[in-house]
Design a protein around this ligand. Structure first.
Ligand SMILES: CC(C)(COP(=O)(O)OP(=O)(O)OC[C@H]1O[C@@H](n2cnc3c(N)ncnc32)[C@H](O)[C@@H]1O)[C@@H](O)C(=O)NCCC(=O)NCCS
Ligand SMILES: Nc1ncnc2c1ncn2[C@@H]1O[C@H](COP(=O)(O)OP(=O)(O)OP(=O)(O)O)[C@@H](O)[C@H]1O
Length: 607
């Protein structure tokens, strides 16, 4: 918003020029009109003036006799100063409300016609300042003619103000009104082009639209920040909950200090992310650039906004890089759209079991795709639901389930990029590095030990893919990579799938860590590799964990699967000691499948 100051001497021609502005469509706030309004009968200004100047200045109707009061104040400087002191607050607030009403309407340029602009120092709030100048002889003549007053009175009025020549020196623009009205109009046209020039950055920020944009940005920023903090809190809660469920899990990280024994990169990254979210550490983390957010918090400079009710809003001006900020917010939003594929081992014995498992999982919020391979008892679930929740749900439905050994979650939604990068830097985990050989390691750790090649083709491809959400459909036994590929992934996904199949056949379970397409390692092959590599021991055949339905399977993972964006794929597993299981997974169906259905669950005793 541009506040243009228009001033001059008494009878210099201010009203004449302001009428030209009005004819051009500019809104004008006239201080003389405001000054009249604030002394109307019964107002606060009226009461003050009557109290100080007495009832003698009142007309019969109770209104102030302006001519009488004018005579008093223009001939007595002390009385004039008293009147000014009494009315100044009312006049100022009156001008403010007039400006505010125009601001609400969306006016971008407002003309403030204020005779005492310099005297009241309101010129500091206006730019540019236009002074309507007239030569002294013409001024006195016009004043005497207009007001019908003698020269002496006219001189008193003129002398009650700052000298017009002095005002001229303070002006940004001077209009000489000594000539004809037409000459003044010509000058006005030139002034008009200056007044109508595009708003400056600051002027726009003070306009209604600018303030609205700033507020919107601030709200978006606040929502963005709140969302991130909530995510961090949920992440912490989740870890706490899992720790309670299984005390063998690692302690959740403190948000104030990194774990000293955090040897795995993903753990450190999880720490950074968590602590960055709650703002307790430096913001130099590689995972999340909060530089955009600094704009929101860093500025304490409270500039004063001219005549505006929200001076502190100016502190938001550094935040004006809205497009950049919105891009950051959009980036964060897109990160929340990440999905992962979890591979579970579920007791499936017949077609009915398969249907039931599918139905249970598909009905879960956050599950986007379920693929069941009854032969291998393998269920691949794409979505953003934590493994333990899936397992609990299946248990409730009477289906024994656990995480598929030697697998890691697939980050279908684009987290592969960062993971892939990490995989390049990943160093093999030494047996002494906080990994218990008695534990069954996750795929990530295994892969660093057993992989023959540092990075598979699939992982390279996977990291470059954009994050399309998987479609909610069941496509049988397609690979997880293909399933999650979405439209764009189409051909590439198939290629990845074949790559992965080849890997599995040859046993090259590359596991750079975080590749979206490196899903699983054939158990036998992986165990051979593990044995050969001397790393984490994997038994040649499956040992299935024993647990009752009140317990969670010992493959419970402690990565942030609910909020994959918080972990950026830097999931960490803590595999628990594998126990000899009495639970039987049989590829042979123990029941007659045509009698076994979801509707007829009693037909299959296992189901
Ligand atoms: C003295 C009053 C009653 C005279 O009223 P009147 O109707 O005769 O004149 P009007 O209000 O139209 O003012 C005419 C011009 O006088 C000059 N003027 C008015 N008040 C003052 C003042 N206090 N000091 C110097 N000049 C003044 C201005 O140039 C103004 O344009 C009235 O001007 C008044 O109440 N003045 C105090 C309020 C004020 O300061 N007004 C100026 C607004 S910035
Ligand atoms: N260029 C001009 N030629 C002739 N007369 C003019 C010209 N400009 C203004 N006047 C006359 O001079 C008088 C004062 O002009 P105007 O009312 O515009 O001055 P003002 O600065 O608004 O006065 P005030 O300070 O009292 O509000 C008016 O009677 C007006 O008609």
């Amino acid at each position: 918003m541009r506040l243009v100051g228009l001033t001059g001497g008494i009878a210099s021609g201010k009203s004449t020029v302001s009428n030209l502005f009005i004819s051009e469509g500019f809104p004008v706030v006239d201080a003389d009109v405001v000054a009249r309004d604030v002394v109307k009968k019964g107002t606060g200004g009226w009461k003050k003036v009557v109290k100080e100047f007495g009832n003698d200045i009142l007309l019969e109707n109770g209104e102030i006799d302006r001519a009488r009061l004018g005579h008093i104040v223009f001939s007595d400087p002390a009385k004039r100063q008293l009147l000014n002191r009494l009315l100044a607050p009312y006049i100022c607030s009156g001008i403010f409300w007039e400006v505010f009403k125009l601001w609400i309407k969306g006016s971008k340029v407002i003309i403030l016609d204020i005779p005492l602009l310099f005297e009241s120092k309101m010129d500091q709030q206006t730019s540019p300042v236009i002074v309507v100048w007239v030569d002294p002889e013409t001024q006195i003549k016009r004043l005497m003619a207009r007001d019908g007053i003698p020269e002496e009175q006219a001189k008193n009025k003129i002398n009650a103000q700052m000298a017009l020549d002095q005002k001229k020196t303070k002006a940004n623009i001077v209009i000489d009104n000594s000539g004809t009205v037409e000459e003044t109009r010509l000058q006005f046209q030139k002034v008009l082009s200056q007044i109508s020039r595009p708003l400056t950055w600051k002027e726009y920020a003070l306009s209604r639209d600018g303030i609205f944009l700033l507020l919107t940005s601030a709200v978006v920023g606040q929502v963005h920040e709140t969302k991130r903090v909530l995510k961090a809190a949920r992440d912490t809660d989740e870890k706490d909950e899992m720790s309670k469920l299984n005390p063998n899990l690692r302690e959740p990280f403190s948000s104030s200090s990194p774990p000293e024994d955090a040897v795995r990169e993903e753990e450190l990254q999880a720490y950074h992310l968590l602590s960055t979210a709650v703002g307790t550490t430096n913001h130099g983390g590689q995972l999340y650039d909060r530089s955009q957010d600094h704009h929101l918090h860093s500025s304490n400079a409270h500039s004063r906004a001219p005549l505006l009710p929200f001076p502190s809003l100016l502190s938001l001006i550094p935040f004006f890089g809205t497009p950049l900020f919105l891009m950051a917010a959009a980036k964060d939003c897109s990160e929340t759209l990440k999905y992962q594929t979890l591979i579970l081992k579920v007791s499936i014995h017949c077609e009915g079991c398969k249907k039931k498992v599918k139905k249970v999982l598909q009905n879960m919020e956050g599950v986007y795709k379920t693929t069941v391979d009854p032969q291998q008892h393998k269920v691949m679930v794409t979505g953003n639901v934590a493994a333990e929740i899936l397992i609990k749900k299946l248990l409730k439905a009477g289906k024994h389930a656990e995480l598929w050994p030697e697998t890691k979650p697939l980050d279908i939604g684009g987290g592969g990029g960062s993971n892939n990068k990490k995989s390049k830097n990943k160093k093999p985990i030494e047996p002494s590095e906080n990994i218990d050989n008695s534990q069954v390691s996750n795929g990530k750790d295994d892969s660093t030990q057993v992989s023959d090649k540092p990075e598979s083709e699939a992982s390279k491809n996977g990291s470059k893919e954009p994050p399309p959400p998987p479609e909610k459909e069941d496509e049988g036994n397609k690979s997880a990579a293909t399933e999650g590929g979405g439209k764009k992934k189409g051909k590439k996904g198939q290629k990845e799938n074949s790559n992965r199949s080849n890997d599995n056949k040859s046993g090259n379970a590359s596991g750079g860590g975080g590749s979206a397409t490196e899903v699983e390692v054939a158990p036998q092959e992986a165990s051979k590799k593990a044995g050969a590599g001397g790393g984490v021991a994997i038994p040649p055949t499956f040992n299935f964990p024993v647990y009752t339905t009140s317990q969670l399977p010992s493959y419970l993972v402690s990565y942030n699967s609910m909020q994959p964006s918080m972990s950026h794929g830097g999931a960490y597993y803590t595999a628990l000691p594998m126990l000899q299981s009495s639970y039987i997974y049989s590829t042979a169906s123990p029941c007659s499948c045509y009698t076994c259905s979801d509707e007829n669950s009693s037909a299959c005793s296992i189901m």
